[in-house]
Design a binder for this molecule. Structure first.
Ligand code: SF4
Length: 326
């Protein structure tokens, strides 16, 4: 295996959903949930994928996991295009890609103890067939995520939100994945707990060489953990670059608007800075605007923006943005 090659490459990913037009449906149409998205993630790297709800970031994650089959494009993981694999071939690959969900409560079976929840993937995948060894491995995994051996006997409802998310992380870690898709893993937690979980994810990444795709709806959450950040809007990536360039010198008006919504801890700076308030809602992906899809909400749009689709082009080395004025 070539270790310099990206762990994951998403190439020209398109996912359309057909809606309506059935027995009770309204007008038939196509929702362009993901519209020609490309990016790669190196081993040991964290890519933040940020955008408002409905921008296609979750669908992108589901296509990577092959929970949704893409309409077009390739998902190349460890050198193999997953879109060409059948269910049997995908099973061992799926083990290497795990998900940590936003709401650990709804993703953990309430009738199972923490120990059973963490042991389940070990048994299902035949990783640790012996029950005594499995129990020992569960205790080890609990330790990795900062929980105690006695937590194994508890049920999810007996834990705090942060502890439940630690269980979700332990379950994902159990199968020794290469890639973890973190789908808004701290959005449902108190702010005080969010930093603890982010720090834990960073520690585990360093310890086990994990690679993360970290999906979030706001830029403040991914700032600390991401090496690079991609910003999505209405099914497209509008900007992608390393963390420093994105936060210090954003190029796309949408990224600038998202950043202006992130509070600055220093009250003096916070009072001085200009806010970019976006008008309106994200338009429907069923009927996206012509030209630049951001033009109805863009504070600096010009006439050309209605007719011209901006390409995601490299404006500075390693910094790409899709805006004709950038
Ligand atoms: Fe705004 Fe036009 Fe740039 Fe789109 S292309 S982001 S509408 S300035």
């Amino acid at each position: 295996m070539n270790h310099d090659a990206p762990l994951l490459e998403v190439r020209n990913l398109v996912k359309h959903f057909h809606v309506g037009g059935g027995l009770f449906g309204g007008r038939a149409g196509v929702v362009r949930a993901v519209d020609d998205v490309s990016f790669s993630i190196r081993r040991g790297e964290t890519l933040g994928l940020v955008g408002e709800s409905g921008c296609g970031k979750t669908t992108t994650g589901r296509c990577i996991l092959q929970l949704e089959r893409p309409t077009r494009g390739q998902i190349v993981f460890e050198g193999r295009d997953l879109t060409t694999l059948g269910e049997d071939e995908l099973r061992p690959v799926r083990r290497k890609m795990q998900v940590i969900f936003q709401d650990p409560y709804s993703s953990l079976n309430p009738r199972m103890t923490v120990g059973q929840i963490i042991a389940e993937p070990l048994a299902v995948h035949g990783i640790v067939p012996d029950p005594a060894q499995r129990a020992a491995r569960v205790r080890e995994l609990l330790g990795h995520v900062g929980l105690l051996p006695q937590h194994a006997r508890r049920y999810p409802h007996q834990l705090s939100g942060g502890q439940r998310q630690r269980v979700g992380i332990a379950r994902a870690l159990a199968v020794e994945p290469a890639l973890i898709i973190c789908d808004e893993p701290v959005s449902a937690l108190d702010v005080s707990i969010q930093a603890q979980i982010i720090n834990l994810l960073e520690d585990l990444q360093a310890q086990f060489g994990l690679t993360y795709l970290f999906v979030a709806h706001d830029l403040s959450v991914v700032r600390h953990i991401s090496d690079r950040v991609a910003v999505m809007y209405l099914g497209k990536i509008v900007e992608i670059t390393d963390r420093k360039s994105l936060y210090d010198a954003p190029l796309h008006p949408y990224t600038k608007a998202l950043l202006s919504a992130v509070p600055i801890p220093d009250p003096a700076l916070e009072a001085q800075r200009e806010r970019v308030v976006l008008g309106g809602e994200v338009p429907s992906a069923l009927n996206p605007p012509s030209g630049c899809v951001f033009h109805p909400r863009c504070p600096i749009a010009v006439d050309r923006c209605r007719g011209e689709v901006p390409e995601l082009r490299e404006i500075r080395p390693g910094h790409r943005a899709a805006c004709i004025l950038a």
